[in-house]
Design a protein around this ligand. Structure first.
Ligand code: SF4
Length: 446
């Protein structure tokens, strides 16, 4: 299937997203932005490993000078990678940082608590972006659509597409088209349906913005990689998607080989020829997984067994998700473990709890990866539950809409536990938090 034709979006001097350009691979720093040195070092490392865009969180206006200094030092070091400022809950911060970076990601669900004020602030923001040649991502997440949208449409893929269209219409009205759009969800079915509807609506509207794909809060390890592959490959194979991020609850450098492989592996057939032996129908044979993104610091890169796993997820995941098949055939020769993981990622059968875990960013208040691994170890028997592990109290609760239980870091060694969307225990020392979570789950089952 041919790639959907989109507008070109220019980010910085030389990067173009959409309009038939190769899929752009991006990632995000998990350093504190106020730690300029650490953020510069991580960005350099990510750019050297092939990240074409690097996002950094900008929690408030006080961080804008840090962003400017990070950019200055990167350019001084000869690194031209465009920077994306990630904004939540502060339209003023978006406006303040827009002249400093090449692109700003805003989340319409939390741009401003008042919807009319959000629209006014967005118009101001677009003016600043226009003046400075800054690109924009309208980045919606299933978990944080905002009351204005969920009261009208519920918390559905349709709601996500409708919310995106409202903000894209504002961009069109402002004659500002340097915009990428994303509709991420941790549920692969929701994510794929949302993007499909959005693509259709933009085509009907006659203005198609490039789409940034991602399965948000996918977790880590094999499950995070497989879930990302299933969701992202399903859309890329349909010609939807111009830039991708594989979000993992691991060091961000680990995301790059997976995303690079996925981008190469899922190119629609019209852009190349699907050779004999190509495992995924409609795909071209991939180049080898880049070896550069690997690691002396213990981060893992996609070696041969990872490649086999990614190929299986890219081949079988979309077929399951689209309900073309109900099971992975025995002839596929996959292990039971791999079959179970792919079935769960495509949401066809659940063999263990479903985990939602954010990748962490400059807002993360504790050792997220270690905690997530510990939570998984100790809750592995709780099949049927959805358990979230989130890095910050500011954004975490809003982003875990589907979770039955949530473990949310507050900072200062304290944790809040959520049941559905309600905080049920606050300020628990992190040394006790998993025990308390398990007690609550047991009591709830009793
Ligand atoms: S939920 Fe996680 S990724 Fe999102 S802002 Fe908080 S720490 Fe960052």
């Amino acid at each position: 299937m041919a790639r959907i034709e989109t507008l070109p979006v220019r980010v910085g001097d030389s990067l173009v997203i959409g309009a038939g350009h190769p899929v752009v691979v991006q990632t995000m720093c998990n350093t504190h932005t106020s730690d300029v040195e650490a953020t510069v070092a991580q960005t350099l490392e990510l750019a050297a490993a092939g990240a074409q865009l690097v996002r950094i969180t900008v929690p408030g206006r006080q961080d804008v000078p840090h962003v400017a200094e990070i950019k200055r030092r990167l350019r001084e070091a000869g690194c031209r990678v465009p920077l994306v400022a990630d904004i939540h809950f502060s339209s003023e911060t978006a406006i303040a940082v827009a002249p400093v970076v090449e692109k700003v990601r805003i989340n319409p669900g939390n741009f401003h608590p008042d919807h009319e004020e959000a629209r006014r602030q967005f118009a101001r923001f677009l003016e600043v972006c226009k003046e400075h040649g800054t690109a924009v991502r309208v980045g919606l997440n299933h978990g944080s659509l905002g009351r204005y949208i969920t009261d009208r449409y519920g918390n559905t893929p349709h709601a996500m597409a409708m919310a995106a269209m409202e903000w894209l219409e504002m961009c069109i009205a402002a004659d500002f088209l340097n915009v990428v759009v994303s509709l991420k969800a941790s549920n692969t079915v929701v994510m794929v349906e949302a993007y499909r509807e959005l693509a259709k609506r933009m085509q009907e509207r006659g203005v198609v913005f490039p789409m940034h794909l991602g399965v948000t809060e996918a977790g880590g390890g094999d499950s995070g990689r497989i879930k990302s592959c299933v969701g992202i490959a399903s859309l890329l194979q349909e010609g939807i998607g111009d830039t991708i991020r594989v979000s993992l609850t691991e060091p961000p450098i680990n995301e790059l080989p997976v995303a690079q492989y996925l981008a190469q592996r899922s190119i629609p057939v019209s852009e190349g020829s699907a050779g004999e032996g190509s495992a995924a129908a409609g795909s071209v044979a991939p180049d080898p997984v880049p070896a550069s993104a690997g690691s002396e610091d213990g981060s893992r890169d996609a070696g041969p067994s990872d490649t086999e796993m990614l190929d299986a997820a890219i081949l079988w995941g979309p077929k399951l998700l689209k309900r073309e098949i109900d099971e992975i055939p025995a002839e596929a020769g996959l292990s039971e473990y791999l079959k179970d993981e792919i079935m769960q990622a495509a949401r066809r059968r659940f063999y263990k709890p479903e985990y939602i875990a954010c990748p962490g960013c400059g807002r993360t208040m504790y050792n997220l990866q270690e905690t997530f691994e510990e939570v998984q170890r100790r809750t592995a028997h709780l099949k049927g539950l959805v358990i979230a592990v989130m890095g910050c109290i500011v954004n975490g609760p809003g982003e875990m809409a589907d979770a039955d239980w949530g473990y949310v870091g507050e900072g200062g060694g304290r944790v809040t536990i959520y049941h559905k969307s309600e905080p049920v225990l606050r300020h628990i020392p992190d040394s006790e938090a998993i025990d308390r979570l398990l007690e609550l789950i047991e009591a709830d089952k009793a």
